[in-house]
Write a protein that binds this ligand. Structure first.
Ligand code: GDP
Ligand code: ZN
Length: 366
């Protein structure tokens, strides 16, 4: 998990807030969130739930993927109330998804042709989540067996096993289904590679479910913040989110090498002379060398350095103002008191500033 992902509110409730389980209490998974409503999967049923106001009081947010305790289920009316959120195993923050296990990155072997630097960018973004990364190469029906082998070998050099797919010819789907079983998987990749076709193949009645959830939960399906989990017939959940289809790398320059398996491998075998080495022109660097994606590394490093410089300038500018968050979760600036004028902004606040610049307001809670 990246440092940024650690900064979300803690899912654990305090002892005072613990709820005593009764036979009417149930544990489920949140599949969709919209405004004040949560669509919770409980076994083979799902309920439209509200959040107990006690959770709001303690600042407990409910995310897609959260394991929750539901009280007073009304099976006939399809309603319930979320009384507790269990601690999360992982957190993705843009958009918010709890407990995801892996990212399934989908590219096409043709139409559109794979663009190595773009593929790298998606891979780095996926790696930066700290989750497992699976790679599916779709539209394999459009290229020769030699071309498939070429890409498979090339990606192996990059550190990835790839899965050949053709949603058109229903190829590779069985293997993929096994990989997705009992896991929460976030699907990502550029547009046009066949993600929707793949989801439709994996979940034949997905359109029905999309329709029913959208009908009850209202607007917002196509915003980058929107995310919802689809149930795979063989078990497991698939998150489809436009938010992961436009990778904006936001890692610090020193972190970047960690997101390249080739660089990790080199660092496992030898150390750089300097612990804060950026692997560019420092002497006795273990990472710099003759590997295909080293050029990509240098491109992304320049971007990361430029972004850090920009962030630093913004922080200096804002140091006479204080970032505040209102009840709706919207950020605004307030002048600092004179005596506090020279206090430095903390790293945490910088992150919140950055987030506030990127994100629109949090959806309103109850
Ligand atoms: P998305 O933008 O990633 O969701 O891509 P879509 O699922 O909308 O697919 C884009 C186009 O690629 C559509 O015209 C699909 O019919 C086509 N397509 C999807 N999968 C395959 C495949 O395996 N082989 C071929 N030849 N075309 C495909
Ligand atoms: Zn180095």
């Amino acid at each position: 998990m990246s440092a940024e992902l650690d900064q979300q509110p803690n899912a654990q409730t305090s002892e005072n807030d613990s709820v005593i389980a009764s036979s009417e209490d149930l544990v489920g998974t949140v599949l969709a969130v919209q405004a004040n409503y949560y669509w919770v999967q409980l076994g083979d049923k799902s309920l439209l739930c509200t959040r107990r106001s006690r959770l709001k009081k303690i600042g407990q947010q409910v995310w897609v993927g959260d394991r929750v305790q539901v009280e007073e289920p009304d099976w006939a009316g399809g309603r319930g109330a979320i009384a507790q959120v269990f601690p999360r195993d992982s957190e993705l923050d843009r958009p918010p998804i709890a407990n995801a296990d892996q990212i399934l990155l989908v590219f096409a072997l043709a139409d559109p042709n794979p663009e190595p630097l773009q593929l790298s960018r998606f891979l780095i973004k996926a790696e930066s989540t700290g989750l497992e990364v699976c790679l599916g190469l779709n539209k394999s029906d459009l290229v020769s067996a030699e071309m498939q082998a070429e890409w498979r070998d090339r990606l192996q050099q990059w550190g990835y096993q790839s899965q050949m797919l053709s949603t058109q010819h229903q190829m590779g789907l069985d293997n993929l289904q096994t990989q997705l079983k009992q896991k929460i998987t976030v699907i990502s990749g550029p547009s046009g590679v066949g993600k929707s076709s793949l989801i439709n193949q994996l979940i034949p009645d997905v359109d029905l479910r999309v329709g029913s959830v959208s009908g009850k939960l209202g607007r917002g399906r196509h915003t980058t913040r929107h995310v919802e989990l689809f149930e795979l017939p063989g078990g497991g959940l698939l998150a489809d989110t436009p938010g992961f289809n436009q990778p904006d790398l936001d890692c610090a320059p020193v972190e970047l090498a960690d997101f390249f398996p080739e660089a990790r491998q080199r660092l496992a075998e030898a150390n750089c002379q300097f612990s804060n080495c950026l692997h560019r022109d420092e002497p006795n660097c273990a990472v710099r060398g003759d590997w295909e994606r080293y050029e990509h590394y240098l491109v992304f490093l320049e971007e990361a350095i430029a972004r850090q410089t920009q962030l630093q300038q913004k922080t200096d500018q804002d140091s006479s103002m204080k970032l505040k968050i209102n009840q709706k979760g919207e950020s605004y600036y307030e002048p600092r008191l004179e005596s506090k004028k020279y206090r430095r902004q903390s790293r945490r606040t910088q992150h919140q500033t950055l987030d506030a610049m990127i994100w629109d307001a949090e959806p309103e809670e109850d």
